[in-house]
Ligand binder design. Sequence first.
Ligand SMILES: *Cc1c(COP(=O)(O)O)cnc(C)c1O
Length: 291
Amino acid sequence: MARAGRVIGRADPPAGTRPIAAGGDPARRAELARRLTVIEERIAVAARAAGRDPAGLTLIAVSKTCPADDVVMLHTLGVCQFAENREQEAGPKVSMVTRLLATPGDDPSAGDAAGPGGAAGGPDLTWHFIGQLQRNKARSVLRWADWVHSVDRSSLVGVLSRLAVERGRSLSICLQVSLDSQSDSGGRVRPVVADSGRGGSDVAELAALADLVEEAPGLTLRGVMAVAPRGEPARPAFARLRAVAERLVMDHPQATVISAGMSGDLEVAVAEGATHLRIGTALFGERPGVP
Ligand SMILES: *Cc1c(COP(=O)(O)O)cnc(C)c1O
């Protein structure tokens, strides 16, 4: 399984030619360990500042553009949750990770990457899809993803439900909320469901979407996800997300996840109730010029 061309590697040597040493490159491993310690400390400090238990926060390592052996090394350091945003990149990478983690003696080429529980990386590795999802990519995403954070329109719900049922598994769903400010007729700023090509919809639509997911076989509604808007302070945006989440949980008591906070804004996300932090750059280093 070639990584070449799919996974944007780190500078030296190119990802496509780098041999996968058992345990990975020691210098890279040490760097990942150091970065992990720093991020865990940031999370702990942010949690304490917000009067929250750090144990209630989940770190999701956003491994987009990083090679499979980075994932494996972080996994050996105790990270079990990983996220990807592009299906084309993630599919091969997850297969590669699964092979690298296969216990010696297993036939790494045997069968489908996904195990019986649907978790492609095995029982202790969870994969999150956090990118824009097109319906025609849903089938591929379902081969490896345990969670989809980016459900923002009703047309996705039926497709994901059908595919999850087909695979005999349960898929965790977060509803993606756009935090771009939009003034309603009363001039108040309020969040909208992520732009569905119709300029964004009302929060009332989030409730309908939540009901739809709740009723869909094979899907489990977990909560909400958002990215802080560009060009405005993150904290008020995350406060709006929290209000949406609090409203949602009244009707769906199990939907307690607030997936928010990235490398640059995790502290304010934690202050505003985030439960799942999606961290890329701070863990892996700067990505090559790829969004
Ligand atoms: C890339 C990405 C992240 C991680 O961002 P960093 O700033 O690198 O931590 C989080 N969420 C989404 C949706 C992303 O695409």
